[in-house]
Design a protein around this ligand. Structure first.
Ligand code: SF4
Length: 267
């Protein structure tokens, strides 16, 4: 008698933002989920850290590969034949890169309110932009309005960019069918007439993809999701701003503290 086929287990849904947040502090990732569920009027998912959890001093997630990260100063070089094929319309304050005639949104995401979804890895999210380059490549771009180049050449400060860019490259590959060779994190500090702008180009190679798969598995297998209380984490932790974390090691100082911390302290 044939066994009844069973459906494959549903993967816990994760986003590039979850990866970055887990990399800061796994407990923060879960508290973010609780806040989001509350905002949407949904039941909050369980927070795994038990009452007697032992906080960690460092992230349990091993660092992504940093061997092929390129830091560039100045304006992003947009070719006149490049096209904008995706933009997250829910993200406020994004710059306008392209004249209307160079915006050719993929019809599946024309509304600008749709997630890019990778069902194989259970990953979804929204890069700020996806650019179709003149040479045929599709590249995700994540925009930050902060500046980059005050001490930011330290490798430690680029880890968070790298985590996000790798995950967004995977989404673009899964959805558009073009494997990006790299992702971009664009820093667009408007002060200084462009003198403080720059971008980081992060390679998306087989090593980066392998890191991503292992990282997603690690997050899903982590049934504790411990806190990592440290000034660099807690002072910019949104759940901390709402008094949700009992392990906080610092008062909340605002969303830009993390960036400031990374740009003024050596690793
Ligand atoms: S306050 Fe600190 S320990 Fe608590 S969730 Fe935020 S980053 Fe983690």
């Amino acid at each position: 008698m044939l066994a009844t086929p069973t459906a494959p287990p549903t993967l816990e849904h994760l986003t590039p933002h979850d990866l970055v947040t887990y990399f800061h502090c796994p407990h923060e990732m879960e508290l973010h989920w609780s806040i989001r569920a509350h905002t949407l009027g949904r039941p909050a998912p369980p927070v795994h850290a038990p009452a007697d959890v032992v906080p960690l001093r460092h992230s349990p997630l091993f660092a992504p590969p940093l061997g092929h990260v390129e830091v560039n100063e100045g304006r992003l070089d947009i070719d006149e034949r490049d096209r904008l094929v995706y933009e997250d319309d829910d993200e406020e304050g994004l710059p306008v890169f392209f004249a209307p005639e160079r915006v050719q949104r993929d019809p599946r995401f024309a509304s600008g309110h749709s997630n890019l979804i990778d069902p194989e890895l259970g990953l979804s999210g929204r890069p700020d932009f996806v650019i179709a380059r003149a040479a045929g490549e599709y590249v995700p771009v994540e925009y930050k309005s902060t500046h980059l180049f005050v001490g930011y050449h330290e490798a430690h400060g680029r880890l968070f960019d790298t985590v996000q860019a790798i995950a967004e490259c995977r989404l673009v590959h899964a959805v558009f069918g073009h494997r990006p060779s790299h992702g971009i994190v664009l820093y667009g500090d408007a002060a200084g007439g462009g003198a403080r702008e720059g971008w980081v180009q992060i390679a998306y190679d087989s090593t980066a993809e392998s890191w991503l798969k292992v990282a997603l598995r690690q997050i899903r297998e982590d049934r504790v999701r411990p806190p990592v209380p440290a000034e660099r984490n807690c002072a910019s932790c949104e759940p901390n701003s709402e008094g949700l974390c009992r392990y906080a090691a610092a008062r909340y100082e605002g969303p830009y503290h993390r960036q400031t911390f990374l740009t003024t302290r050596r690793p």
